[in-house]
Design a protein around this ligand. Sequence first.
Ligand code: NAD
Length: 470
Amino acid sequence: MDRKKFLQSLLGASAFLTVPFSAYGTEDQAILEMIKDSSKDTKGSMFGFKAAPIKKVRVGIIGLGNRGKTLLEMFQWMIEKGQAEIVGLSDLKPKNVVAAQEKLSKWQKTKPQTYSKDVNDWEHLAKQDNVDLLLITTPWEWHTPMALFGMNHGKHVATEVPIAYSLSDCWALVETAERTKRHCIMLENCCYNEEELFVLNMIENGVFGDLTHAEGAYLHDLRAHMLSEDYYQGQWRLKHHINRDGNFYTTHGLGPLSFYMHIGRGDTYDYLTSMSSRELNLSQTAKRMKSSYTAFRCGDMNSTMIKTKLGKTMLLQFDVHTGRPYSRINKVVGTKAVHDGYPSRLFIDSEEPVFWGHRWLEAEAYQNYKAKYTHPMITKLKTISQGFKQGHGGMDFVMMYRLISCLNLGLPLDMNVYDGVMWSAITPLSELSVASKSLPLPFPDFTGGRWKDKTELEIMQVLKNGASSK
Ligand SMILES: NC(=O)c1ccc[n+]([C@@H]2O[C@H](COP(=O)([O-])OP(=O)(O)OC[C@H]3O[C@@H](n4cnc5c(N)ncnc54)[C@H](O)[C@@H]3O)[C@@H](O)[C@H]2O)c1
């Protein structure tokens, strides 16, 4: 791809309208100018946004592959309790729709409308009058167009991760959510995992003092999945690794870290710099497996450093090429305590500095913290959802339960459109930085300056507003 096309794909065509091509002489300056010029005048008006309560949320699901099937199962409990109903299903493959319909018929009396004629048949689902919420679980390239179309047809939308992977798509989502006054969220399930909520609850209760640094990641050996010809429909995920290089899957690590650091609620990302290693593991495996694709631009390991306006740092890593155990790292460092994940360990600092003995808490002391600070929603939901499918150890159910319950009650959602685009926009910026020798890049303000407001996280208000005990 030539440089102009590459920049255009990350920043959007509009970015070029204001930058004279003569500016290319000083390339770095041109990139910075383009990021600035791609900014729009947003208002931040979707912070704390409440829609009218919806007694029973009518849901349409687009995409019934690996993820769509799992998320459908999360609805069984809510359908049986009368909180939600699935009214439409769409997938390119008719057999995926039939399988979903059959599963659903065990829990729901009414039949959903189905759409699988062609690549645009989902538009009929998005236009269906009785849909309140569109759930988008398709490959990445569809998330933004489907979300925009859904909002423009009056629907609340929730997309799988990432919500977008160009800056212009991020701006379009913010602008459309603010104009249509529809919820537009990204379904970042890791924010609902027991360990991440335990850490968050400790942070919110002062156990860590003031935070200085955090590390998160998506380290997941996906070689078998990506090289398989039928795991991801048309090997869509592998194809991103052929021509792109950066961090494509930021949000599982970054979502929880951003909650810990109140990003968008008192602090925000200031700038980032990104670096990728050489690529070896995916291509070597692809050759061994005689894959039709054997050359990849994406390095095995991407490391992106983010500095926040209040001076905190984050390290975010991405590697889906290397054989190794799964990890999201989940490290958080404060003035009073440190946590490391995989496995979860906690260090509590002493009042006075000591020469020796800096050890993680022993099992019993750790369990005392666990007992005291496990997020109350986790304890409650584990009990009510016993015997039902949980998804990723429980976090998928908690996430869908929170989304539907907040819509039932007309409460603001835990994650808003700004969270979704901020966590996703790291991807195009990481690609630009990698391509420019790790040039530090400023982070656009999608919030119209509202990130400065110190507001409480919605997910910490559950006991006050009742959406965990319904
Ligand atoms: N949050 C998580 O833990 C998690 C886990 C897995 C996947 N995901 C995300 O879920 C999304 C889907 O991943 P997947 O593993 O299910 O992929 P997949 O290939 O198994 O499923 C995608 C489905 O979308 C359908 N589809 C594609 N284009 C369509 C169109 N125009 N209209 C209707 N249907 C269409 C395909 O037929 C396919 O069945 C991705 O964004 C992925 O990143 C998230």
